[in-house]
Every structure is written in structure tokens, then in C-alpha cells.
Design a protein around this ligand. Structure first.
Ligand SMILES: *[C@@H]1O[C@H](CO)[C@@H](O)[C@H](O)[C@H]1NC(C)=O
Ligand SMILES: *[C@@H]1O[C@H](CO)[C@@H](O)[C@H](O)[C@H]1NC(C)=O
Ligand SMILES: *[C@@H]1O[C@H](CO)[C@@H](O)[C@H](O)[C@H]1NC(C)=O
Ligand SMILES: *[C@@H]1O[C@H](CO)[C@@H](O)[C@H](O)[C@H]1NC(C)=O
Length: 481
């Protein structure tokens, strides 16, 4: 990496007039003036001059590697004196620690050999993944994936040779292929067979609220999450209802209240309190609304981290797993927003017929929603992340999201009393639909959390201190457990 970076920086020097390092270097091809920022040189580069083949810097690199003669050449080329050369060397030696100019160029969309190399690495990984899935399944679908993979490989090879780089379309193809591989991985898991509980197609209607009550912790605690036990065959917590209010600035939580039945919940009786962290700012505390009670454990976003925590209600043990992706958003980097941002709602844990999910975002996916499947391995007692999909919906452009039958649904603000499901992404097919119109009523502006429950197919909303539940239906069929 440092060699490539060096070559990039060298090229910048070759082709730029720059006072940054106390040097004035006139390149033979272009003049670019630099601005000193801190101890680095930021160059205003007109991107059209970057439409050059990678070959050009490879030449420079070769020259550097073949020493003597090329050093002489370089001197002539750069028109710098012997006295200036040691300075130049020092500058080169320090380049690896001075990546600012590179990052600046990178952010401006000036794609470099480095970007290409990363793309190559990602392609390599994808080839391995597709190869593995194909040899396992060997279906028409995986065959199609392999074919598309080789096409993309050809495109990238061509791109490396030519002067124009349509990086955006390649990235989009790469994202599509990655998602398709993840979707293929779902097939052997009897997803469709085992979950005959799922209707075909998307949710078609959402009822008016069937439960409406003030949070037992009071309306002052405006943020949190609540719901019904989400695992079908759980033992201890079979019919439990639970509430997790966020206490510290309405952002962090450290206790959970569980009611053994719906009647107990409605009358606020027989609550059992579980303290899963000694304080709301403990590493084991929960950050943001978005927890779920699944079986005998509470799953939530762990305090100021890219981790999901699993708190075992029987043993009080907290286990964690780190979410995959380049720079996972937390600490209010990618909260749910749309109309008003819901503080620190960066990572949302959900449950559906197929298991557990995390909805979040990464810098790597440009702030768009990423969905990962979570699995608790009771044999090894580890929380694993098994699959990951990257969507194209910007996380800060939705009010909230939930999973139902392996489909991600996202909502947007309509007005203070209405919300609307408008987007769906199906992890089984990697297809998306942003034309849904499923209205939902609410009592206040803010929707802290919205979760689907696979045992009763209802949606649970923590809404400005109120707790609401809604029935969902598929093509007019309302689920009656
Ligand atoms: C960049 O260079 C092209 C071609 O030399 C020129 O047409 C264009 O105006 C330049 N853009 C800027 C912002 O200088
Ligand atoms: C170059 O790096 C060395 C060690 O990292 C540091 O002491 C020195 O100040 C740097 N020089 C410049 C000009 O940045
Ligand atoms: C859909 O839900 C709304 C409430 O949000 C209800 O008024 C309407 O009757 C439902 N439509 C169907 C076809 O079930
Ligand atoms: C979960 O991860 C552990 C540790 O990496 C591994 O031993 C185990 O097989 C994984 N389980 C599943 C179901 O992937």
C-alpha cells in the first residue's frame, strides 16, 4: 500500500507546482498549484487531467525501482537541483504519515490506482464466495452469478487499461453481486420451507393501533423500545411483554421490565426488572432505541460501539458480536432521521420469522442501510453475524425500519399523526421496491422504535412515550394466531 501511495504522491509532485514541501517542481505535463494546509499540501486538481492510464505511474514506479539511471532521469525531469534532492527524499520518506492530500483527492472522486486495487481485492473475495456457493448449490442461479462475475471482472480489466473509469457503475454492479451471493446463501437453510408461516409477497395493509397505552415508565421517558417476546418456541418468557425505556438523556438504557402476560402488562402488574448494566454509561449499557427480547435473551446495540450485545435473562451474562462493514455508524453518526433525528438510533436490532437482524449503516455503503443476519450459537455460546446485505436507501432518510419474513421495510414521516411504509428490500432476492404506500397512525411525531413480531405478526411502536401496536395483513389476510 505504501509503495502505491508513494507512487501516487510522486506523480502529484511530478505534475504539480507545489509550495507545500518547500519545493517548487515544474512538471512537464501540467501545472497545479498547491495550498498549504497544516503540514500537508492540498492540490486543486482538475479531474480531467486524471484521466490517464495507470501505466503512467507504473513507469514512474519502475524508474524508482531500477535506481541509478532513473534517478538521474528524475532529476532532469523534475528540474530540481542536487541540493534540493535530499529534501525531496525526506519528503518522500514521510509521505505515508501524510495522507491528507490523498484523502482530499479521494473524496473528490478522483479515483486512483489504490481504489482500483481495493476493488480488485473485493472482486477477489467475491470470486471466492461465488465459487464456494456455486460448488455447494450448482444451480442455474449460481451459474448466472458466476457468469455475471466474470463479466464484471472483464469490465474492471478493461477499465484498468482505458483512460476513463466509470467507477460508480462498477461499484453498483459489485454491490448487486455481493447481495445476490448473500441471498443465495439463504437457500440451503430451508428458509422458504421452514417458514411456511410467511405469506408470499409484501405486507399490504397495516391496521389502526390495536394497543395504545402510556409507557409504564411514564411519558417523560420519550425514547425506548417495547414489544412481545419474539421467539416462537421460547420457554421461560413465552408470553412476556417488555419495555426498555432510555434514561440517560433519552439515549442510554440499563434496565428492562418484563411482564409475564398481556394482562399483567396492561395493568402494570408483576413486572420483573432486569438490570443488564450497572449504569446507563457502562460498556454493557444499550445505546439508542432498538432492542428486542428474543427467547431468554435481550439483544441490543452496545454502548458506543459497533457491537450487538446479547444479555441472557437467566445467567445475566452479556456476549457481543461486532457488525461487519467499513466504519459502522454509531454514537449518532447514522441515526434514523427523515423529519427529526432520533438520537443515537444508529443500530436497530430486529426479529422476524427467520431469526435476528441488525439494521445499521456504514461509511463503506455511503450511509445507506446495511442489514446483517445474527445467529446465537448455543453450542459455542457465541453471537455470530452470518450474512450481510447492502441496500441503496439512505439511513438518515427514513424514520424507522423493521424486518418481516426476511424483508426490510422502512417508513417515512407524513405528518405528526401519520407515518408511511414506503420502501422494502427482500433479502431472499435482493430486490427492492420504493413505491409502497402503507399508512400508519401515531400519537406523536417521534418514532423511537418500530419492530415487527413474528409470533403475532404485529408491529410494535415506541412513539413519544406511548406504546402502540398494529396488525399487519398480506393481500387482505390478517394473521390470527
Ligand atoms: C478542467 O479542464 C478542462 C479541459 O482542460 C476545462 O474545460 C475545464 O474548464 C477545467 N475545469 C476547471 C474547474 O478548471
Ligand atoms: C518526518 O518524519 C519524522 C519521523 O516520523 C519526523 O520526526 C519529522 O518531523 C518529519 N518531517 C517532516 C518534514 O514532516
Ligand atoms: C387498511 O388499514 C386501514 C387502517 O390503517 C383500514 O382503515 C383499512 O380498512 C384497511 N384496509 C384493508 C383492505 O384491510
Ligand atoms: C459461530 O462462531 C463460532 C466462533 O467463530 C464458530 O465456532 C461457530 O461455528 C459459529 N456458528 C455458526 C452457526 O456459524
Amino acid at each position: 500500500m505504501s509503495l502505491l501511495l508513494l507512487s501516487l504522491m510522486l506523480l502529484l509532485m511530478l505534475t504539480s507546482t507545489c509550495h507545500c514541501a518547500g519545493l517548487e517542481v515544474n512538471g512537464p505535463t501540467q501545472r497545479i498549484s498547491g495550498i498549504r494546509k497544516g503540514d500537508s499540501c492540498v492540490c486543486q486538481v482538475n479531474s480531467t487531467i486524471w484521466a490517464f492510464p495507470v501505466r503512467k505511474y507504473e513507469t514512474v514506479l519502475n524508474e524508482l525501482q531500477t535506481c541509478e539511471g532513473s534517478l538521474k532521469n528524475l532529476e532532469e525531469q523534475l528540474d530540481i537541483s542536487i541540493q534540493q534532492f535530499p529534501q525531496f527524499e525526506t519528503w518522500l520518506a514521510n509521505l505515508t504519515t501524510r495522507v491528507q492530500p490523498f484523502q482530499y483527492l479521494h473524496q473528490r472522486g478522483l479515483y486512483t490506482a489504490l481504489t482500483l486495487r481495493r476493488l480488485d481485492e473485493e472482486l477477489g473475495q467475491l470470486e471466492t464466495d461465488i465459487g464456494a456457493v456455486h460448488s455447494q448449490l450448482n444451480s442455474a442461479n449460481t451459474h448466472k452469478l458466476s457468469t455475471e462475475m466474470s463479466k464484471l471482472r472483464d469490465d474492471v480489466t478493461r477499465m484498468k487499461m482505458s483512460d476513463t473509469m466509470n467507477m460508480r457503475s462498477v461499484r453498483e454492479k459489485l454491490r448487486y453481486l455481493k447481495n445476490s451471493v448473500e441471498s443465495s446463501k439463504t437457500i440451503p437453510k430451508d428458509f422458504r420451507g421452514e417458514h411456511s408461516q410467511c405469506y408470499k409477497g409484501l405486507i399490504t395493509n397495516i391496521s389502526e393501533p390495536v394497543t395504545t397505552m402510556v409507557s409504564p415508565s411514564g411519558k417523560a421517558l420519550v425514547s425506548g423500545s417495547w414489544g412481545k417476546q419474539a421467539q416462537e418456541n421460547s420457554k421461560e418468557q413465552k408470553n412476556s411483554y417488555w419495555v426498555l425505556p432510555l434514561v440517560s438523556s433519552n439515549i442510554y438504557g440499563n434496565f428492562l421490565r418484563v411482564y409475564p402476560s398481556y394482562e399483567d402488562f396492561l395493568t402494570i402488574k408483576n413486572a420483573k426488572q432486569f438490570i443488564f448494566a450497572p449504569s446507563p454509561t457502562d460498556p454493557k449499557a444499550s445505546e439508542g432505541p432498538g432492542a428486542v427480547l428474543y427467547g431468554d435473551a435481550l439483544y441490543y446495540h452496545c454502548y458506543r460501539s459497533a457491537d450487538i450485545c446479547r444479555y441472557d435473562l437467566n445467567t445475566n451474562i452479556v456476549k457481543r458480536a461486532t457488525l461487519p462493514g467499513t466504519r459502522v455508524g454509531y454514537n449518532n453518526r447514522f441515526p434514523y432521521c427523515y423529519y427529526e433525528c432520533e438520537a443515537n438510533s444508529d443500530v436497530d436490532v430486529e426479529a422476524d420469522e427467520t431469526g435476528l437482524w441488525a439494521i445499521y449503516s456504514t461509511v463503506g455503503n455511503h450511509g445507506n442501510i446495511v442489514v446483517s443476519r445474527l445467529e446465537w450459537d448455543s453450542q459455542t455460546e457465541t453471537l455470530n453475524v452470518t450474512q450481510t446485505w447492502e441496500t441503496r436507501i439512505f439511513k438518515k432518510a427514513v424514520t424507522n425500519a423493521f424486518m418481516a419474513c426476511g424483508v426490510l421495510y422502512a417508513t417515512r414521516f407524513v405528518d405528526d399523526n401519520h407515518e408511511e411504509v414506503f420502501y422494502a428490500f427482500d433479502t431472499a432476492s435482493s430486490k427492492e421496491d420504493n413505491s409502497l404506500v402503507l399508512p400508519m397512525e401515531k400519537l406523536g411525531k417521534a418514532v423511537s422504535s418500530l419492530s415487527y413480531n413474528p409470533t403475532d405478526k404485529q408491529l410494535y411502536m415506541y412513539n413519544a412515550g406511548y406504546l402502540l401496536a398494529f396488525k399487519t395483513s398480506y393481500r387482505g389476510v390478517v394473521w390470527n394466531p
